[in-house]
Write a protein that binds this ligand. Sequence first.
Ligand code: 4AD
Ligand code: MG
Length: 440
Amino acid sequence: MSEQVFQGHRAVTIRHLQKHIGEEVLLQGWLYNKRGKGKLYFLQVRDGTGIVQAVVSKDAVSPEDFETAAKMSQESSLRLIGKVVEDKRAPSGVEIQPSRIVLVGESREYPITKKEHGPNFLLEHRHLWLRSKKQMAIMRVRDEVLKAIRDFFYDRDFACVDSPIFTPNACEGTTNLFGVQYFDEMAYLTQSGQLYGEASAMALGKIYCFGPTFRAEKSKTRRHLTEFWMVEPEAAFYDLEDVMLLAEDFVSYIVRRVLQNRREDLEVLGRDLSKLEPASQTPYPRIRYEEAARMLLESGDETFVPGEDFGAPHETFLGNSFDRPVMVTHWPAAIKAFYMKRDAANPELALGVDMIAPEGFGEIIGGAQREEDLEVLEERIREEGLPEEAFRWYLDLRRFGSVPHGGFGLGVERTVAWICGVEHLRECIPFPRMLYRIYP
Ligand code: 4AD
Ligand code: MG
């Protein structure tokens, strides 16, 4: 017997039940919740694509099957054969009237109950917490974001060319690297695929890399993970303006896709769509660092020091000043990475761009036009005291047909958190890795 066919019935997922009204179908899933007594039980069944109510009446099933339903406990797995009946009041639009109920796997004393659990308890049970309504909704939005990312670049002729995860050197500064023993030498888990992405862009023109990145950040904020996913487009012949146009097209496209295809999930999450919708339209506002700094000072913020990077409260203030993401450009070069090109009009400034999301969700994109001149870049590497030998290959890109180029990195979890309206990044990745957490 195939897994998907049971007693002659083909399995249908809850998402597609609407197309089977009036038919007898096989449903396979887990018991999310149960009500009822006596001659009638209401089983809330979930299968990952949705939740549907099965109304089990004593007259409609065998005494054994009725007993099974009566005894079944939360998160038991089951198979149902039943008729799909239209029910306009139900979120799924239908309910099931079972004629057969089969217990597949028991679930005794499921630890996550309806009562409130603290975040530590839930994180300790992340492998089960994922089965909760809200968590499933976040994972489905994340899935839509991942697919939208790939579609966006595929449709615009950006090839996916991935960067390695084991690397011999740092990309975004040396303080937050995870070192690993690589046979007889030391290697590091990548903080960003960008430098390799630049090499790939010199080969294929427009590329993106997309994978997990690692930062040994000792910060416990809700916006930091030690392992997170980043998508990094890089394009030959792009200047800062091109990078910004790409970034706003990209982010607005992702928002539109989620609004189109994952509205139900956003509803489960209680997302205020009126706050998200403006981000589905371009252009996005743009301000220079200087102007952002002035806004902060005028707001009476006493923690901000001009010339320094923005902290979380500063990003929150700036993000809240606009109805959609804002792009901040022309940063003090001293606080930005060695590879950023300097502004010809003022070499103290770097042609970097950060995109800050509204509603306090912070920076979602960091990017820049890159320095393409060999001598200038060699000088930068020396100034920063970086190991020149490790960058030999990177400098080759400036030796053999160097061109202006640029790109950015978008943090997937930050983007999902913002779109879902979820405060903490730890709910936006299936198994979060943080300063004090590597289990489960
Ligand atoms: O601004 P970052 O550090 O930029 C880079 O790594 C560039 N090399 C990317 C490029 O130009 N190709 O990181 C990019 C984004 C941030 O804007 C943020 O969304 C996310 O990655 N990010 C994190 N997300 C979760 N946890 C962390 N610890 C993160 N650090 C950065
Ligand atoms: Mg950044």
